[in-house]
Design a protein around this ligand. Sequence first.
Ligand code: GTP
Ligand code: MG
Length: 151
Amino acid sequence: MERTFIAIKPDGVQRGLISEIVSRFERKGFKLVGIKIIVPPKDFAQKHYHDLKDRPFFNGLCNFLSSGPVLAMVWEGEGVIRYGRKLIGATDPQNSEPGSIRADLAVVVGRNIIHGSDGPETAKDEIKLWFKAEELVNYTSNAEKWIYGTN
Ligand code: GTP
Ligand code: MG
């Protein structure tokens, strides 16, 4: 089943938004298969955001990501990569659809509280960067047959 990497950035953690954000993914019907809280070192943040290394905000972004605790998660479910991005909303909260996490809970692009992988390749790379294989749990939840209609 498809998996994606989702992280609550230091602003989301410090603002006490963990349970709010986790519950949106959980209530949708996605399954949490990995979770940990860490302060990523700066060089780790640079690896995570390597695609953006030529952007003017790259240094500030990496400093920010490594400035405090980040809640790193792997969520599993049908279409979770694409739909996870929908739940999160557009990069700039000023343009995010109302009802999305960034629209409802954030105001400026530099403090948009959450990260989500933007495609299958990125998801694979990011999960590998943030988690060891043994930190991810394979299990069946009782709700799955009701979520997917397989009962
Ligand atoms: P992520 O899920 O965090 O990767 O966001 P995204 O995929 O919606 O956007 P992108 O990967 O292009 O940018 C990564 C992060 O850089 C964003 O989430 C923002 O926090 C930050 N960022 C993007 N554009 C800007 C910008 O113009 N100014 C500033 N200050 N930060 C930006
Ligand atoms: Mg991105």
